[in-house]
Every structure is written in C-alpha cells, then in structure tokens.
Design a protein around this ligand. Structure first.
Ligand code: HPA
Length: 275
C-alpha cells in the first residue's frame, strides 16, 4: 500500500473508533489564537493530537493541539484546535493529513481560519476577512502520485471558496452587526515575516492579506471534493512600509486574534446551523 495511504488509514481508524457511528458534517481548522471557538463546541470527545496515530504536535504559539468531536448549532462537527505548519518542518502530507482524515470521516464542508497580516491598505488590525480566493507561493501538497481514491490529478481551483457559503456568512455578519471584509489570502512558507519589498509585490499581484498556513489545507480539501469556507483575522499591518512596527507573534498576534476570535466564533456558530 502507498505509504501516504497507510498513515491516513491508521489515523482514520483510530478516530472512527471514537465516533460511535456518528458522521460529522463540518470540519473546522482553528488557527493561531482561534482555538477559543473550541469552547463553543458541545464536546463529545476531545482527543490530544499526541494520542492520534501519525498526528504531530503543533509547536506554534496559540495552538492547543486537540481534535474535538462535538456539536455546534445542532450539527455534528469535528475541529482541529491548532494546525500543523510547513514552517515547523513537517512535510505537506503531514500538514494536510487531518484534512484527508476528516474527509474520510464524512465531512462535506471545511471551515478554515487563520491570523494574517493585512496587505490591503484599507484593512485595520482586528478586521475579519472572508477569504474569497488565494495566491499560493508554498509547495503544492498535491505534488506526487495522485491519490485517486480522493480526487482527480488536476483539481479545478476556479472556485475554491464556496460562493453560497460566503453569501450566507456575509448575511449573518450583517445581522450580527459585525464588519467583515472580503479578500485574497496569500500563503507563503514563513517563518520569517515579509520584507517591505515583498509586501509591495504581494499588493501589486492582488493579495489583501498574507499568512503562513491554510492554503495547503484548502488545496487538499478541494481535491477531496469538500466545500470550503475561510476567514482571516487581520492581526497586524503587513501593509505599513514606513512604520516598520515590530511584530511580536507571542503577544500582539495572539491577543488581537483573541478579541476578533469572539466575533468569528459567532459567525461560524450561526453558519454551521445554516449549512
Ligand atoms: N505575515 C505572515 N503571517 C502572519 C502575519 C504577517 O504579517 N501576521 C500573522 N500571520
């Protein structure tokens, strides 16, 4: 058997054993500082990553490292409280393993969230951005022999982020009086932040926000035929070329993400109910 399939099968079998026959409808990936949404889930099982075969531990700050099965707005969901990043040194198969496993467990929709730097000069720190498209500068996780059991060799990315879900999220945000932006998320490997020249380049090519995650998960989710919805919390201005504000991931990024995470949680909760 393909070694990649073996690691998926082992993780799937373990988690299936914890599900008690339940099929989760939605998978949720909670990024830096966004693990808080985990508190909104009525838990059925909370499983530390270290107990799951072939899962690794997330070394990034603000990532708790639990896989949660539970209910949100009356629907069964599974959530990753913390993700694996390429910059941590994990290969793309490992970074995206949870997505393949959640697809196997039966989810139909994937929600992804992250903390990102704002590139669009109209964005402010603490803004929420619905991801309407992305630009990938990371290695593509689909490189290698195609996983035929999951999807096709050349998956279409012309509509990677589900338009209907975006429209519903915007409607919910309007009702809750939460301001949301829309924009293009650019993923780079990190772990270094961007130079001013890179930010100017990214703005020129159409990016609104930049981060070090999410896109590998989205590419794999689309390969598996899942619908995708994504939101970024703008935790700092990557856009200020002059101010050169020192970014402190330990404090600023996690604290600002925490405040905006409350708003994002409200939108996610309602949205799961309306899927
Ligand atoms: N750049 C890249 N990733 C990030 C940033 C940033 O400015 N802020 C939060 N994650």
């Amino acid at each position: 058997m393909d070694k990649r399939m073996k690691i998926i099968n082992e993780a799937e079998a373990f988690l299936r054993g914890k599900l008690g026959g339940i099929t989760p409808e939605v998978g949720i990936v909670l990024g830096s500082g966004l693990g808080k949404f985990g508190d909104k889930i009525e838990p059925i099982e909370v499983i530390p990553y270290k107990d799951i075969p072939n899962f690794v531990t997330s070394t990034a700050m603000g990532h708790k490292g639990n896989f949660i099965f539970g209910k949100v707005s009356g629907k069964y969901v599974c959530a990753m409280q913390g993700r694996f990043h390429y910059y941590e040194g994990y290969p793309m198969d490992v970074v995206t393993l949870p997505i393949r496993v959640m697809a196997r467990l039966g989810i139909k929709t994937l929600f992804v969230s992250n903390a990102a730097g704002g590139i669009n000069t109209g964005f402010q720190v603490g803004d929420l951005m619905i991801i309407e498209d992305h630009i990938n500068t990371m290695p593509n996780p689909l490189i290698g022999p195609n996983h035929e059991q999951f999807g096709e060799r050349f998956p279409d990315m012309s509509c990677a982020y589900d338009q209907e879900i975006i429209a519903k999220a915007e409607e919910i945000a309007r009702k809750l009086k939460i301001r949301v932006r829309r924009g293009v998320y650019l993923a780079n490997t990190g772990p270094s932040y961007e130079t001013p020249a890179e930010i100017r380049f990214y703005r020129t090519i159409g990016a609104d926000a930049v981060g070090m995650s999410t896109v590998p998960e989205v590419l794999v989710a689309r390969h598996c035929g899942l619908k995708v919805f994504g939101m970024s919390i703008i935790t700092n201005e990557a856009n200020s070329i002059i101010s050169q504000v020192k970014i402190n991931h330990g404090e600023d990024v996690v604290r600002i993400a925490d405040e905006a995470a409350d708003k994002m949680s409200k939108i996610f909760t309602r949205l799961v109910g309306e899927l």
